[in-house]
Design a protein around this ligand. Structure first.
Ligand SMILES: [Zn+2]
Length: 138
């Protein structure tokens, strides 16, 4: 990847880091009204719903923030844009669509295929157990 593209990604991640920091402050649970201040049942339900939505968003953002930090780390290391599996370059189009991607399209597809196999129940269950046994006996 050329240095111009790299510096664009760096700028993007630094922007996102700032945005996340800002919204994490906004979503601080201390800003959420305490339930003592509410008498109405429906208000209480609304606050509970909002609280759980905020917490979910915070969790998602915290996860994303980790990915952004990892991507900045890879930019510093000079490994940004390389697939973690096969070490080939990740397609630029893919990085533009999903800047925190760490796998190239073909590795991503094969990892999704194997997740799918594991997810679909009984047929592969015995294989999974055999594999575990094999690992355990090493
Ligand atoms: Zn790959």
């Amino acid at each position: 990847m050329n240095s111009e593209a790299l510096s664009q990604f760096k700028k993007l991640f630094e922007d996102q880091r700032q945005k996340i920091a800002f919204s994490q402050r906004l979503m601080n649970p201390e800003f959420i009204l305490s339930s003592d201040e509410l008498s109405d049942e429906s208000d209480l339900a609304a606050v509970e719903l909002e609280t759980s939505m905020r917490l979910r968003m915070r969790n998602r953002e915290a996860l994303y923030s980790k990915k952004v930090e990892a991507a900045l780390q890879r930019l510093n290391d000079g490994t940004f844009g390389a697939c973690e599996e096969c070490e080939d370059d990740i397609e630029l189009k893919r990085l533009e669509a999903r800047p925190t991607a760490t796998l190239c399209v073909s590795c991503k597809e094969s990892s999704e295929r194997s997740e799918h196999l594991h997810a679909d129940g009984h047929r592969h269950k015995s294989e999974g157990q055999l594999m575990n046994l094999r690992i355990a006996s090493f």
